[in-house]
Design a protein around this ligand. Sequence first.
Ligand SMILES: Nc1ncnc2c1ncn2[C@@H]1O[C@H](COP(=O)(O)OP(=O)(O)OP(=O)(O)O)[C@@H](O)[C@H]1O
Ligand SMILES: [Mg+2]
Length: 515
Amino acid sequence: MAELWSQIASALASLIAVYIYSMFKDYFPNHVRGYAERYGTKLASFVYPYKQITFDEYGDERFRQSEAYADIRSYLSGSPSSTQAKRFKAHDIKDSRTLLLTMDDKEGITEEFQGIKLWWTSRMHQTRSTSYWGHPETEERRFYQLTFHQCHWDIITKSYLNHVIQEGKALAIRNRQLKLYTNGSGETWQNNRRTKWSHVIFEHPATFKTLAIDPKLKEDIINDLDKFRNGKDFYAKVGKAWKRGYLLYGPPGTGKSSMIAAMAKYLEYDIYDLELTAVKENADLRKLLIDISNKSIIVIEDIDCSLDLTGQRNKEKQRDEEDEDKKNQPIRKKAEEEEGKKSKVTLSGLLNCIDGIWSACGGERLVVFTTNYVDKLDPALIRRGRMDKPIEFSYCSFEAFKVLAKNYLDIESHHLFAKIKSLLEEIDMTPADVAENLMPTADAETCLNDLIEALEIAKEDAKKKAEEEEAKLKVVEEEKKMNEKKEDMEVNEKVDVKCNGTIGKEVEENASIST
Ligand SMILES: Nc1ncnc2c1ncn2[C@@H]1O[C@H](COP(=O)(O)OP(=O)(O)OP(=O)(O)O)[C@@H](O)[C@H]1O
Ligand SMILES: [Mg+2]
């Protein structure tokens, strides 16, 4: 407050000096006036040694809010000093998760940066004018004003303002609602741009806390994500595009999609769910990828089903063979028509986009592939460097079960846990199935007993299946043995006939010679 009063006093003093000078300046001779003006400026900066910078809400583009103003507003709302203000304004910002509270007009706060004191005020000027139709109009101009001692000009303009803008942007990103984008539903408009992505607000409930996987693996993944997020300088240093590939593989219902949701929430990245079958050709794929913003996860689910990436070469061979068969021409035409409708994205096209020079357009991106059948994928797609981190999702372990029990039943131990542990070691059950049995329809004990029952049924089923398989194998083996025996007997018979036939002939021949 004392600082503010001293500012006001200095401002008043300089105002009076300027007023007196403007009244009597015409009475001074020219050379005295030159001196007066030169020393007047020095005197003014001596009595009022502060500088001010204003940031208008609407810059030169009158219909678009200035980006710097929005960043400063976001910064000031998050600054610990923001509570110094008495009156606040609440803003319902588009795509923001929370209401933004900022100081109201004519309020001010004091900040400190590297030991330097500075003042932010929120101001509003009203100007009256007459409209085109002759009506009186009031125009409001809002702006933030930053005041600081003139000796700190360099630090404020070179460091402090950068800090404010960056922090403001980061805060806005942290507060924004995550979005789930998808392609394939035609073109839409976004920020006056035509794009093939359409989006909804991403609201998946899965987080790393709810994810039932081995705790060590979870920790490893979280560390990996942290390293990636903070690795901007590292990637620049080693000359790599700032992106990372994850391959999530394992049986259905083991948590691959839930993991993607948890990753997006943890990193606060948007998800771009790329439906490859809806992309006509490589050029379209490139266009889609250029349109993806930074801080995003590009997801291609069930990559083995998305495209016949592995089978494309085989198919061409097959077609060559078909060409020779002219009788099948009408059938082939139909097949070709269907082929035309299908995606023509090739493996090399996809690899170019995730790995080639196109992948460097934009940064801070994760590429995540999921599959149930990792063996089906082309090795070129999953080699290191392309898919940096392969993660296997397996059936529910006891450690994973404990996470589910904590989340679903709110228990960390129970006398039935030992039995469940031994059953889970014997039987493959997905976390999805375990979770289904833990739905809290009754008390924890009943739920755990239900799970034990389900596990025992699964064990019985598995045993029966194994017995059936064994029986089938036995039948096949017996049939094989029988066939082998049959074949042996047939061969023996043939040899006998051949031998008997030859011996008979020889006897006949000998008899004819002797006669
Ligand atoms: N590891 C897990 N932790 C917590 N919940 C899980 C886990 N795995 C599966 N679930 C539960 O099962 C449901 C299905 O899981 P999810 O869709 O993540 O499986 P998926 O591996 O992607 O299966 P698919 O291969 O069929 O796509 C989830 O909504 C979640 O409730
Ligand atoms: Mg899935």
